[in-house]
Design a protein around this ligand. Structure first.
Ligand SMILES: O=c1ccn([C@@H]2O[C@H](COP(=O)(O)OP(=O)(O)O[C@H]3O[C@H](CO)[C@@H](O)[C@H](O)[C@H]3O)[C@@H](O)[C@H]2O)c(=O)[nH]1
Ligand SMILES: O=C(O)[C@H](O)COP(=O)(O)O
Length: 265
């Protein structure tokens, strides 16, 4: 990281977030060190872009929906263009926040602090249990989370508490090491694996954040299916399946049983 105070840019991917984006942007702008908030409007069909801009964000837009990872990449590219055009010093820290955090985004200072002080290259927020809009306990059967957690552990030896959490702060260098990001919902899993494999420190931090939690209706289950597909792809692209096949051919049936036992934890 460069000498002097750290420069933090906040990156917010947003699809149809007009109800919450302004509060999220306002809260993010108030975080220590945050100089710029960039929102990528990922093909929204509502007024997300206008609300984000009115709250003080720099907005880049996708004409059509391209998924979360592409939105994050576009916002970071936009940051690079701004820095060159305006000859401004480069941000050395990126804070990635989802658009639906609202004013709770103001609680993310501990993530920034962990990276700015050099304790971690990637700091990830662990959220408390969430409730759905109907007041029910959020979350599914744990299939996506469990797949992501076990995959990261198999590939790196580290077992995260919140493998899917998109609320994360990292050095620009760590972001570059994880780029291009794994597509769609695989970006967090891919990033964690890539940063750990580069030998950098990853830390999870409890942060009292609230977001729009996924429920149990059909749309929510379809969302989970899409997450599972992208997470599985990100893990496979980093060698998970290859490793499993290698171990199976080395250990035969006992390897299969060992792996099955581990998978059912
Ligand atoms: O096509 C899309 C879909 C979503 N988003 C934005 O991405 C963020 C996360 O989307 P959300 O629907 O809130 O995700 P969750 O269901 O909450 O997913 C959890 O798990 C994901 C990984 O599967 C992480 O990316 C999220 O941070 C984490 O909250 C939000 O700002 C969205 O507006 C896009 O930019 N493009
Ligand atoms: O609701 C959630 O936490 C995510 O969509 C992941 O769901 P799952 O881990 O319960 O399958």
């Amino acid at each position: 990281m460069s000498a002097g105070p750290a420069r933090v840019a906040c990156i917010v991917p947003a699809k149809d977030e007009q109800d919450r984006i302004a509060a999220t942007v306002t809260a993010a702008r108030g975080l220590p060190g945050v100089e710029t908030v960039l929102v990528c409007d990922d093909g929204s069909s509502d007024a997300t872009a206008q609300h984000a801009a009115a709250a003080g964000a720099v907005v880049v837009s996708h004409e059509r929906n391209r998924g979360k990872a592409a939105a994050v990449e576009s916002a970071v590219n936009g940051l690079g263009v701004l820095e060159q055009r305006d000859r401004r010093p480069e941000a050395d820290v990126l804070l990635l926040l989802d658009a639906d955090l609202g004013e709770t985004a103001s609680r993310c200072a501990p993530l920034v602090e962990a990276v700015v002080c050099g304790r971690a290259a990637l700091a990830i927020a662990v959220l408390p249990p969430q409730r759905t809009a109907e007041g029910q306990q959020a979350g599914g059967m744990g299939l996506v989370t469990g797949t992501a957690r076990r995959g990261i552990e198999e590939l790196t030896g580290w077992s995260p508490r919140a493998p899917l959490s998109g609320q994360r702060c990292l050095t620009r260098r760590a972001f570059e090491l994880a780029s291009p990001l794994a597509p769609g919902w695989g970006m967090e899993v891919g990033m964690s694996v890539d940063v750990l494999r580069a030998g950098l420190v990853v830390e999870e931090i409890d942060v009292d954040l609230t977001h729009r939690a996924t429920g149990s209706d059909l749309a929510s289950q379809l969302h989970r299916a899409s997450q599972l597909k992208d997470v599985t792809r990100a893990l496979a692209a980093r060698g998970l399946v290859r490793n499993q096949l290698r171990d199976l051919s080395a250990d035969g049936v006992s390897g299969l049983l060992k792996r099955f036992g581990r998978g059912s934890r």
